[in-house]
Structures are given as structure tokens and as C-alpha cells.
Write a protein that binds this ligand. Structure first.
Ligand SMILES: Cc1cc2nc3c(=O)[nH]c(=O)nc-3n(C[C@H](O)[C@H](O)[C@H](O)COP(=O)(O)O)c2cc1C
Length: 308
């Protein structure tokens, strides 16, 4: 029997648990030339802001051991162009659409989400309250529990479909922030955004990024992301978790689901192999068959921890 790959988050059904991560495939147009987006559980867009942003000047990415640093600075087309030029393409795709939203003021988040609420094709929004690469806003909303609760609650009032809060790993207790998001009315959390990092050119003595620091992503951060997913799953927070960080093949997907993730997002590894998500779906299905499991959801939170 073919295993059932479907998962449900906040009443919304996804064909499989594999999503793209924000910022790693723009608005999906290029990825759709590699494989039909219907093969994904969901496409998550680049963060959308009130006004268009060019982002930081190059160099804004640098390779690291088992990962990469980026300080793109939220380069995006802005909400007007997103609704006019990108939504028509996304509307035609047979996959769930999650729009990631960022802002430097709470009023910006609210305005963007109110406009996205008018667009029925947007299944969920993901609030980027955790970006380490902008001067204003960015992590500020997601590193303080009170600000997290306030931001989610404000957006909750204007967006009638599910809201995901994307959490930062650059905090003392991610479980505390997840609880604050739950109290604000979030329907799910995605864990994690990038870890703050830097790298220096020893010939010029200059940082390798013009922003001086950036966000570390890729396989290097997978153990951190897994531990944070597990910590939130083990906490009082009852929200479904979307695991993100260093996922490069189906084995990583299985690990995240065992630690408590209902679904996962794939980011940096898309730059290495853009068709990776399709291979992950196949690999996950074969793994479930081998383990004689009927459904992907049978994996969620089933890690057999020592001492329990
Ligand atoms: C080049 C690049 C751009 C990113 N842009 C965004 C963004 O606009 N909004 C956001 O919430 N996360 C952004 N992220 C973070 C990813 O969505 C993801 O949380 C992070 O990269 C960890 O996953 P990974 O290790 O699979 O890449 C970006 C990551 C990269 C590498």
C-alpha cells in the first residue's frame, strides 16, 4: 500500500509535509521550470514588505563550512507589485501558498496582512518576526515574548486564515517565544530562521558581507534546529511545528518529524539541488513503506528519548 503523505496544519490539508523555505526560491517562478509546484506540500514566498526593497549591496552571501551566510536585507518587490505581478502566477499553481510577511513597524505587518486577507488564494501567512539582516524590526518582534504576542495578536485581527509565526533561534528560550505566539493567536510556528554569524576575509580584514554580519543556514544549523523543534514540542506550547534548518534529504525530514515537526521547509539545499524537494517526497514515501508505516503523520513526535 502507498503510504499517506498528507499532513494537516490548523485545518488546512497539505499533499505532503515538504515546503520550500522563505527567501530560497523567490515567488516560485524559477522553481516551476524545474518541477511542477504541485509536487510540494506548499510554496512559501520570499518575505514581502510594505515597500519594495533592494536589500544590502553585494557581497551579501558567503560560503561557510557546511553552510552559508547571507545578509540579503529582505530584497523583495513590495506588496503592491506582489499582488499585481506575482499572485496571478501563484494562483495557477496546484499547491498551498504561504506568503511570508516582514516589516519594520507593526502597522506595516498589519497593513500587508489585511491586503493579503482579500486574496483568497493565500492559504496562510508566515510572519517573519525573526530576520537577523535588517536594521529596524527584524528580530526585535520575535526576541521578546511580549512583542511576539502583540505582533501576532495584531495580525490575527486582520487575517482570517491561519497565521504561522516564524521564530528566531537567537533567543534564550524558544519555547517561551512559541508560547507567546500561541497566546497571541498563532495557529502554528516555524522553527528556525537563521543564526547570527559572520566571517572575515584575512587578506583585506573586511567582513565577507557588506552588512558585516548575516544569517547562518544550511546543514551546519540542522542539529540546532532539531533541538529547538524538540524543545518546543516538549513544552506546554500545543501549536503544530514546521521544522526548518539544514534539510537536504528525506532522512533529515524524518528526523524533524520524529522530533515533533508536522511539516518541514527546505531552504539552502535548493541552491545545491533545486529538485531536492521532489526527491525528498519520494524518499519519505519509500522510507515509510520500508518501516511498514501507513502515514507520514505516524512519525510526528515519536523520537524515543533516553530517560523517559
Ligand atoms: C538566501 C536566503 C534568504 C532568506 N530570506 C528569508 C526571508 O526573506 N524571510 C524569512 O523568513 N527567512 C529567510 N531565510 C531563512 C530561511 O527561510 C530558513 O529559515 C533558513 O535558511 C534555515 O533553513 P535552511 O538551512 O534550509 O536554509 C533566507 C535564507 C537564505 C539562505
Amino acid at each position: 500500500m502507498t503510504p499517506d503523505l498528507k499532513v494537516t496544519i490548523a485545518g488546512v490539508e497539505f499533499a505532503n509535509p515538504i515546503m520550500t523555505a522563505s527567501g530560497c526560491c523567490g515567488y516560485g517562478e524559477e522553481l516551476a521550470q524545474i518541477f511542477p509546484l504541485s509536487r510540494l506540500g506548499a510554496l512559501v514566498t520570499k518575505s514581502i514588505t510594505r515597500h519594495p526593497r533592494l536589500g544590502h549591496p553585494p557581497p551579501r552571501t558567503a560560503e561557510t563550512a557546511s553552510g552559508m551566510l547571507n545578509a540579503i536585507g529582505l530584497a523583495n518587490v513590495g506588496i503592491d507589485a506582489f499582488l499585481a505581478d506575482k499572485i496571478p502566477f501563484l494562483t495557477k499553481q496546484k499547491t498551498r501558498i504561504i506568503v511570508n510577511v516582514a516589516g519594520s513597524k507593526l502597522t506595516e505587518y498589519v497593513e500587508i496582512c489585511a491586503r493579503l486577507n482579500e486574496c483568497e488564494r493565500v492559504d496562510m501567512i508566515e510572519l517573519n518576526i525573526s530576520c537577523p539582516n535588517v536594521d529596524e524590526g527584524g528580530m526585535e518582534f520575535g526576541s521578546d515574548p511580549m512583542m511576539t504576542e502583540k505582533s501576532v495578536a495584531a495580525v490575527r485581527k486582520v487575517f482570517s486564515r491561519p497565521v504561522i509565526a516564524k521564530l528566531s533561534p537567537n533567543v534564550t528560550s524558544i519555547a517561551q517565544i512559541a508560547l507567546a505566539a500561541e497566546q497571541g493567536g498563532a495557529d502554528a510556528v516555524s522553527i528556525i530562521n537563521s543564526l547570527v554569524g559572520t566571517s572575515v576575509d584575512i587578506e583585506t580584514w573586511r567582513p565577507k558581507l557588506t552588512n558585516n554580519k548575516g544569517g547562518l543556514t544550511g546543514p551546519a544549523i540542522k542539529p540546532v534546529a532539531l533541538a529547538m523543534v524538540e524543545a518546543v514540542h516538549a513544552s506546554r506550547c500545543r501549536l503544530p511545528i514546521i521544522g526548518v534548518g539544514g534539510i537536504a534529504d528525506y532522512r533529515d525530514v524524518v528526523e524533524f518529524m520524529l522530533c515533533g515537526a508536522t511539516a518541514v521547509q527546505v531552504g539552502t539545499s535548493l541552491f545545491v539541488d533545486p529538485s531536492g524537494p521532489v526527491k525528498m517526497v519520494k524518499g519519505l514515501s519509500a522510507y515509510l513503506k520500508k518501516k511498514k508505516l501507513g502515514a507520514a503523520s505516524d512519525l510526528i513526535g515519536k523520537v524515543r528519548k533516553y530517560g523517559t
